[in-house]
Design a protein around this ligand. Structure first.
Ligand code: FMN
Length: 209
């Protein structure tokens, strides 16, 4: 399927076959490919906390306002951003790796790493949160499209209590929880949804009409 076809067909699916298993190899390969998504300065801050323990799923269920996909989908992922990715050591390591692989020379390595370190050094926590959200969202969308392409369905969820989720999963302040993604074999199609006419969402040069 083309990307366009996958996008046209995609729906948020809320009913899943609870007996269907997605293998950890399949999930790893989907996440590996989603990790190729663009991300700020290639600092690779997005993390995927896969919840496959049925007990934990049941604990999360009321925290996610009893959305059944939390327990019925084959996979439940907490998509996270890691604030530690902004640290100098991580930035230097990633750029060194690219240099060692011969992707760029030493001067470009130093320039890119230096620019990234400087870029994040002046950012507030709020701005870093936005950076993590951007990166995790792009990777999440890729994961959704890849899952659809592999014959699976998904739903993105922000409908959960973040504080409680972090507490039951022992997610420290090092991480930002960006969203939940449930994935599996759909039992019922997601309902059809409308979109604005494209001319309502495109502006040229100015937002003033
Ligand atoms: C960030 C985000 C959070 C969402 N949270 C929920 C959720 O908690 N529960 C739910 O049923 N749908 C959730 N959705 C799905 C949206 O309702 C859905 O994408 C929208 O209605 C458009 O429908 P479609 O995805 O089928 O095209 C979420 C979607 C996004 C992008």
């Amino acid at each position: 399927m083309s990307v366009k076809e996958v996008l046209e067909k995609r729906r948020s699916v809320r009913h899943y076959d609870a007996n269907y298993k997605v293998s950890s190899e399949t999930l790893s390969s989907l996440i590996e490919c989603a990790s190729k998504s663009p991300n700020g300065n290639n600092i690779q801050a997005t993390r995927y906390l896969v919840i496959d323990d049925p007990h934990l799923r049941n604990v999360i269920l009321p925290i996610a306002f009893n959305q059944q996909q939390v327990i019925e989908a084959s996979v439940l992922i907490v998509v996270l951003g890691d604030y530690q990715a902004f640290e100098k050591d991580n930035i230097l390591k990633i750029h060194e790796e690219g240099f060692q692989k011969g992707f760029f020379d030493a001067s470009l390595r130093d320039f890119l790493a230096g620019a990234a370190i400087q870029y994040y050094a002046s950012k507030s926590k709020e701005e870093l949160t936005i950076e993590l959200t951007r990166d995790a969202s792009l990777a999440s969308m890729s994961l959704i499209l890849l899952a659809n392409d592999a014959g699976l369905e998904t739903i993105t969820m922000s409908g959960y209590d973040s504080k409680q989720l972090k507490s039951v999963l022992n997610i420290s302040e090092r991480y930002l929880d960006v969203m939940l993604i449930a994935m599996g074999k759909g039992l019922k199609d997601g309902h059809k949804t409308v979109r604005h006419d494209v001319n309502k969402v495109i502006y040229k040069n100015t937002l003033q009409s």
